[in-house]
Design a binder for this molecule. Sequence first.
Ligand code: 3HC
Ligand code: NAI
Length: 711
Amino acid sequence: MTELVSLTKQGDVAVITVNNPPVNALSPGVPEGIGAAIQAIRKDDSVRGAVLIGGGRTFIAGADIKEFAKITSGQRERGIELLPLLDEIEGCPKPVVAAIHGTAFGGGLEVAMACHYRVAAPSAQVGQPEVKLGIIPGAGGTQRLPRLAGVQKAVEMCAEGSPVRAEEALRCGIVDRIIEGDLLAGAILFLRDALDRGERPPRTRDKNEKLGDPETNAPVFAAAREAARKKFRGMMAPLAAIDAVEAATGLPFEEGCRREAELFRQCLFSEQSKALIHLFFGEREVAKIPDIPKDTPVLEVRKAAVVGAGTMGAGIAMVYCNAGIPVVLKEADAAALERGLAAIRKNYASSVKRGRFTGEFVAQRLELIRPTLGYDGFSEVDIVVEAVFEGMELKKQVFAELDRVCKPAAILSSNTSSLDIDAIASATSRPERVIGHHFFAPPNVMRLLEIVRGKASAGEVVASSLALARRLGKVGVVVGNCRGFVGNRMYAQYQREAQFLVEEGASVTEVDAALYNFGMAMGPLATGDLSGLDVGWRIRKEFKHLEPEGVRRPLVADRLCEMGRFGQKTGAGWYRYDESRRPVPDPEVERIIEETARAAGIERRALDAGEIVERTIFALVNEGAHILQERIALRAVDIDVFYVNGYGSPAYRGGPMWYADTVGLGKVCDRVRDFERRHGAHWTPAPLLLRLAEAGKTFADFDAQIRAARE
Ligand code: 3HC
Ligand code: NAI
C-alpha cells in the first residue's frame, strides 16, 4: 500500500484504512493506495471481504481541493481520475463495506457509493458539497446517488450541496445500517452477515429502480432548476449538477459518467470555481494570525452576558443561546428589556413556523437567557458583549462598570460599528481584555464577525475571539482599529460612489440593478433603505468636523433624511415602500436628485451598467488596498471573506479583491486613474494598488508573500 493507506486483517476480513489527516482527502497516493489494497484483497484467498474506513476524525472528506488549482494552471497534467478506482472497487468480487464516521463528502461519498455496502456512525454526515466550490461531483456521484437515494434527493443534494445526517441517509437508502458503538466492529459484523447470506456483492450502477421515468422526473428537474436560479443566482455549478443527474435518468451508466465528466471540467475551469476555491481556503486562512501562534491558549466560554437588548443585543443573545451558551441579558429599563425579549420570542416563533427549529429546541434556548436590569450574574461570565447606543461617553461608562463587576479574566467586547476601541478600553483597568466584536445585522443570520483588535488586546483574547466565532457559527475576521474598521470604511466608499452616480445621471433603479446583476444580494441604495438612512446621517453629523474641506460629498441622502425619508422603517427612502415593504421607484426622489445636482452644478449624463459597476466596485478595491497597506486587514483574502459573508458580495466572484485580480490590476489601476482625473482626489490610486499593477502582480501575490513570511 502507501503510507496513506494501510491494509490489515481481522480473520477473514481485510481492513483498508485511509490515514491522510486532517480530513483524509483523496490526495495523490490515497486513490493509488486504495486501488492497491483492492487488488491485494482480490488475490488473497484468505480474505472474504473488506471494510474501508477512515483513520482519525473522519471518513474521506473528498478530493484534495489543493489539486484543482494545479490542474487548472497546467501544473498537474492529469485530472482527478477517480472513476477507474471506483470501477475497481465496485467490480471487486469480494464485498467491500464503507464504514463512515465524520464526513463522507464529495469524492468520499463517491468512493463509499462504489462500495457494495455502507454503514455509518450515528453522528456521520454524507454529502456532495462540490457546488460550493463551483464544481459538480466528478467521480460518478451524480450517477450513483440517484440510484441509491432517488432522483429528487440526489438533485437536492448535488445542486444545493447540503449534507444529510446518518439517520436521513439511512432513510433514503444511501447507507444500509447505522452502527451504534464501535464502528469497525459493527462494520465487520455487517459484512459477515452479508457474506453468510451468500449474495453477490450488489453494484450501485445496476440499481435502476429509483431512476423514475421521464414523466415523473420532468417536474422534479424543472422545480430544481427554478430553485437553483433563485437560490444560487448567477452560479453555473448548481445547474450543471442538475443536468448531470438528469443524464443519469436518461443515459446508460457509463455514458452518464462521461456527461458528468464533461460538465465537471467546464465547471472546474470556470472563473467561478477558482473564486469559490479561493474563498474555501480563505475562510480557513483568516483564522491564522501571524503573531499569534497556533497553540495560544484560548479562554473557554461557559457563560456570557450581553448589555443592551436593542436591535443588535437581542440578536447577539440569540447567537449565544443557539450555540448553547447561557446569557445574562441586561437592559437599562424594564420596558426596553421586555421589548428585547419580545423580539427574541417573535424571531424564534417565526423560525419554528418556517421549520428551522423545533418548539422544543426554542424552549431550551429561551431557558438559557437570564434577563436583568442590574449587573447580577456578571461576576461569573467569561465574556460580555456590549451593544448599547452608539456614543463614546455611554460606552466608556458601561465599560468602567463592567471592569468593576466582571472577573479579571473575562473578555469585554464591544459591538460598536464606528467608535475607537482603544478609547473604550481606556475606561477599564484591563485594556488587554478589551476587543471589538462587531456583529452584522441581523446577527443571528449574518455569518461575519469583525474582530477589532485594539492596540492593547492580548493575543489570547484575539485567539479566544476567533475560537468563539467558530463556535458561534460565524466567520471571525481580525482587523485593526480605525474609523469604520474594515467593513464600514470600505462600504462608505462604495455607498458614496452609488450616490455620486445618481447625482451624475443614473437613476436609483439603474444603480441598484447594475449591482444586483453583478451579483450583489441587493443594490446599494435599497440596502441603505433597509439599514436606515438616518444611521449614516447621524454619524455624518457627528464626524462633520473631521471631514476635510473642499472634498465632494454625496448630497441627496441628507436631503432625504431631512424629509424624514429614513428608508423602509418610515415607508420611504430612495424608494417608496408598499404595505408588503416592496420597493417602488419614486419619481419624487428622481426630482430631488435632479434638483440637488443642478443646484450643485453637477453635469448629468447617461451612465451604463459597466461604468456603475466599475465606479462602485473599484472604489471598494482602492480603499481595500489602502487598508492592506495600513495593515488594518492582514490579507486581501480577509477582505474577500469579509465582503462575501457580511456585505452580500457574490461568492462566485471571490470577493472584491479577487475580482480585481481577475479583471487585472493594471486595468483596474488605469480606470482608477481615469476616475481620479474626472472626479478628483478621492480616487487617487492607493500606493499598494499602483505598486502591484506596475509590477504586473495581483493581490493574491501580495497574500502569498505574507503567507511565506509567516511560514
Ligand atoms: N482538500 C484539501 N484540504 C482540505 C479538504 C479537502 N477536501 N477539506 C478540508 N481541508 C483542509 C482545510 O483547508 C484545513 O486546512 P488547514 O488546517 O491548513 O487550514 C483542514 O483540512 C481542516 O479543515 P476544516 O478546518 O474545514 O475542518 P473541519 O473539521 O471544520 O471541517 C470538513 C471538516 C467538514 C471536511 C470541511 O473541511 C469541508 O467541508 N471540507 C471540504 C469538503 C468538500 O468540499 N469535499 C468535496 C471536495 S471536491 C470533490 O470531492 C470532487 C469530487 O467529486 C471528484
Ligand atoms: P438600539 O438602539 O436598537 O439598542 C440599544 C439598546 O441599548 C437600547 O435598547 C437601550 O435601552 C440599551 N441601553 C442603553 N444604555 C444601556 C445601559 N447602560 N445598559 C443596558 N442597556 C442599555 O441600538 P442597536 O442598533 O442595537 O446598536 C447597538 C450597538 O450596535 C451600537 O454600538 C451600534 O453602533 C452597533 N451596531 C449596530 C448595527 C445595526 O445595524 N443596528 C450593526 C452593527 C453594530
